[in-house]
Design a binder for this molecule. Structure first.
Ligand code: MEV
Length: 432
């Protein structure tokens, strides 16, 4: 039986599932049940989710959790997080509480400029191209006036359009490098629409003028946004960081960051931990985590070597720990107000501006990194992880409430491994 299909998108949801079941699961009813159990009985809500993308057959649930007690610039937040990895929310909550008694987090947005580019090829004289661009620049702005009208009212729009000669990187390659301010929206559609209008206008007069052979290759925003940057930090006296051996442990903490800055293998994992916090809030607020991920990792490589997004110092007995991360976010448009849980998340955060959300999310990343480095340089990461893992294994085994209590108690001072838990459970059931 062929597993290829044509006209799949035209089938109803049930027909799609029937086809899947027949083609990949031997007409199993099980697959239908698994998929259907996640359908929402609220038709309006289900239709909303169905329409986000094509070929929807069910909903994929992720835990939606809250990390309370975050003090940021003197304001208390309960931060919404969407993430499947156990221990991330617990760590965030612990760290929030910890820093709330040490002055809280300070955060500030450094810049909010976004970037888009019209990439084109041109084989003619460079000076002719420069002259043509200089003459045309005003018209490029005029060509986007309708698109930018509303954005300009909100304080945004196109900041500048530059002609960049990239022929040193690729023969005949130039670009119009366009900078944008998109206020509270992430601005992807706005930027791409502007760029396409700019490209059309730029190309228009080249059929008859002195610059005749411009070939537009593509017009697209860049997810590398090093000038859409936020900084978050915490600081305290070294002696206030740990209950015991604070000086030695604080030095170890700083060394852990120095290692990330010296060794990309470690830096990638270090930054992955930061993104545990960042992505969870980006997702909860209906923002594009792939864009944020791509931009953050590119920024981590800005020196040519992949490094840590966080840094720490000890100076005059004061420990300072901070993050600098590019975050292109929106609090209007996109999914932000369309998905009921994103809308709720933003309400929970007090309907922040995009700038305030940048600060909150940078803090979530810094908090995760603090939790990870503190665990790694003291007890090790597995102790906390395995506690959460233990409850997951117990759940998988189908243990009763009493069995769960017994097993958690049993593993209080023992090493948790999957096998050890299974064995302990089997023994418990056998001995009953
Ligand atoms: C696990 O998801 C994240 C950590 O590996 C981060 C780190 O090593 O810094 C714990």
């Amino acid at each position: 039986m062929s597993k290829a299909v044509s006209g799949f998108s035209k089938l109803s949801k049930s027909e799609k599932i029937d086809w899947l079941s027949a083609t990949f699961f031997n007409n199993s009813d099980k697959i239908k049940k698994v998929l259907q159990q996640y359908w929402n009985s609220n038709e309006v809500l289900q239709n909303l989710h169905d329409d986000f993308i094509e070929n929807t057959i069910s909903n994929f649930y992720m835990p939606f959790a809250i990390a309370p007690n975050f003090v940021i610039n003197g304001k208390v937040y309960a931060i919404p997080m969407v993430i499947e990895e156990s221990s991330v929310v617990a760590a965030a909550s612990l760290v929030a509480k910890f820093w709330s008694t040490r002055g809280g987090f300070k955060a500030n947005v450094i810049s909010t400029t976004k970037i888009g580019q019209v990439h084109f090829m041109y084989k003619g004289d460079k000076q002719d191209l420069q002259n043509y661009f200089s003459l045309k620049k005003k018209e490029l702005f005029i060509a986007t006036a309708d698109i930018t009208k509303n954005m300009r009212k909100r304080g945004g729009g196109i900041l500048d359009i530059e002609l960049r000669d990239k022929t040193g990187n690729l023969a005949n390659y130039y670009q119009l490098h366009v900078t944008f301010e998109t206020a509270d929206s992430m601005g992807a559609n706005f930027i791409n629409s502007c760029l396409e209008a700019v490209a059309n206008e730029f190309k228009k007069d080249t059929l008859t003028g002195s610059v005749q052979d411009i070939q537009i290759v593509m017009s697209i925003l860049s997810n590398y946004v090093p000038e859409c940057l936020v900084r978050a930090e915490v600081s305290c006296k070294v002696e206030d960081l740990y209950a015991e051996n604070s000086k030695i442990l604080t030095e170890k903490f700083v060394q852990a960051i120095q290692i990330s800055n010296a060794e990309p293998h470690r830096a990638v994992t270090h930054n992955k931990g930061i993104m545990n916090g960042v992505d969870a809030v980006v997702l909860a607020t209906g923002n594009d985590f792939r864009a944020v991920e791509a931009g953050a990792h590119a920024y981590a490589s800005k020196t040519g070597t992949y490094k840590s997004l966080t840094n720490a110092t000890i100076e005059n007995g004061i420990f300072k720990f901070w993050i600098e991360i590019p975050l292109a976010l929106g609090t209007v448009g996109g999914l932000t107000k369309l998905h009921p849980l994103s809308k709720l998340s933003l309400e929970l955060l007090g309907n922040p501006s995009a700038k305030e959300l940048m600060e909150i999310i940078a803090v979530a990343g810094l908090a995760q990194n603090f939790a990870a480095l503190r665990a790694l340089t003291t007890t090790g990461i597995q102790k906390g992880h395995m506690k959460m893992h233990l409850t997951n294994i117990i759940k998988q085994l189908g243990a009763s409430k009493e069995e769960k209590v017994f097993l958690i108690d049993y593993f209080e001072h023992k090493t948790v491994t999957h096998n050890a838990v299974v064995e302990a459970y089997q023994k418990l059931v056998k001995d009953k």
